[in-house]
Design a protein around this ligand. Structure first.
Ligand code: ATR
Length: 279
């Protein structure tokens, strides 16, 4: 007979292809230890070809997992294979968080929550300053647009090198969202209250986006979803120009909170020790 420790064991995963760069095991194992929960959280490298079988084993219980996180390139397929995607996942067409409940696979997307929770934590009132300018129109941009729109920001300007991609998002997310080319960047920044970089430009010492912040409102806040380095060249530039900045690490940490609560039953906190551990 299994001992009581074994019967109480709850297991969760992060899956991607590749997955070894994921910081999620570090985050969830920190919280498991903090709460002294008998549980595991492991990285599972699963190819696109093998992903449907991985999900099937989650659904039929044979994997032993209660749920997990999904990262690139499986977020769209995870959404499609779920029995009960929520409205957030539905609108994004992608899910990063899965959990079994009453024999059904539930799916949500917590990236937008991570984005707003990070700003709420670091710069309360960020959503009351004014118009938002979002640079980039990839997967990360979608979650940011959804989050910003759901917080009631009245005008959202998506600026992208490939304009049709920005236009697709404007069509998807409704009348408050407008698409622009990179050439229009300085024009739309004029008088804006929030600037978000959702492109990977500036990551790991790479080329930084060319942005002049001087026409933003004086009290504007500039944030970047890139968190390596913590202070990206873009954030350093905004700070030099006198603007409030918020780094992207908190988005990663906060997006993990709802999943942990679903699988392990406790709502964890994003504390400074966790930030230090992950960076
Ligand atoms: P993710 O899903 O992580 O957001 P993505 O779908 O590859 O990644 O999107 C990356 C974003 O960075 C896009 O908005 C991309 O612009 P395009 O849609 O024109 O490709 C933007 N991007 C990447 N490299 C860029 C560059 N050198 N100059 C301007 N934008 C760039």
């Amino acid at each position: 007979m299994a001992d009581s420790r074994e019967t109480l064991l709850v297991n969760a995963f992060v899956t991607g292809w590749p997955v070894k760069h994921s910081r999620s095991p570090l985050i969830h194992n920190y919280w498991l230890k903090q709460f002294d929960i008998t549980g595991t959280y492991k990285a599972e490298a699963v190819s696109e070809e093998d992903f449907p079988a991985f999900i099937q084993a989650l659904k039929d219980g044979s994997s032993g997992y209660r749920g997990g996180n999904v990262t690139i390139p499986h977020k769209e397929l995870a959404f499609r294979l779920a029995d009960r995607p929520d409205a957030l996942a539905e609108e994004l067409g992608a899910s990063n968080t899965l959990w079994m409940e009453n024999g059904l696979l539930n799916a949500t997307n917590t990236d937008g929550y991570g984005f707003t929770a990070n700003l709420d934590d670091r710069h309360p009132g960020w959503d009351k300053i004014g118009r938002a300018v979002i640079l980039g129109a990839g997967g990360a941009s979608r979650a940011v647009i959804q989050a910003v729109r759901n917080r009631g920001i009245g005008e959202i300007h998506v600026v992208n090198r490939t304009v049709p991609r920005a236009q697709e998002l404007a069509d998807r997310f409704g009348p408050k969202v407008h698409a622009h080319s990179l050439e229009a960047l300085s024009e739309v920044m004029s008088g804006a209250g929030l600037f978000v970089n959702t492109t990977s430009l500036g990551m790991d010492g790479g080329e930084a986006p060319q942005v002049d912040f001087s026409s933003l409102r004086d009290d504007a806040v500039v944030t970047d979803i890139v968190y390596v380095p913590l202070k990206t060249p873009l954030l350093a530039q905004a700070e030099n120009q006198g603007f409030a900045i918020v780094d992207g690490l908190g988005m990663l940490l906060h997006q993990a909170v709802p999943g942990f609560e679903k699988w392990f039953g406790r709502r964890p906190l994003v504390d400074e020790a966790l930030r230090d551990l992950v960076i």
